[in-house]
Design a protein around this ligand. Sequence first.
Ligand code: PRP
Length: 183
Amino acid sequence: MHPDIADILFSKDDIKLRIAMMGRQISADYKDVSLLLVGILKGSAIFLADILREIDADVNYDFVSISSYCGDTSSSGIVRVIKDVDADISGKHVLIVEDIVDTGWTLRLSYLKENLLTRGAESVKVCALLDKPSRRKVEVNIDYIGFVIDDLFVVGYGLDYDGRYRNLPYIGVLKPEVYNRNN
Ligand code: PRP
């Protein structure tokens, strides 16, 4: 285990098993249609790559990049889409892929779902590996959830702190002294 990690919340095997289950559900739900996974960079890249390979359907993927908000963002705040979807989305069933939904601001303030629907997507749903509902500031509907977690500072499997730990194969709780060091 990495020395900055206090505890492993989900092991590599836990994650693999859960994603296989999610993949089976998604495969069944989208079995006769064209599915486009849209990952929100950068955190979702690892999860998207793994769940993609558990989906047995007509599936493609793309990424968007969304400018992050400041901590004090109000409901009138703007979160911009910096990199848009390249693929043609008209008539496609889109599944937005997130590593974690925390406050909900990223999904809500980017208007990503509404934007994709306006541009002709047949349906838009959301899939998140982690859901931290205790931190929610705005209501967000998540259609596929990997794990619901408490308000813990988690890193690994794509999730970072200050650009680090994305490479850990598990999801772990960061030791408080690591983030307190920088405050
Ligand atoms: C993280 C995560 C989600 C977002 C969720 O992204 O990947 O996109 O935060 O938080 P929210 O529900 O409070 O908006 P981050 O901005 O850390 O960028 P990254 O994916 O590049 O690490």
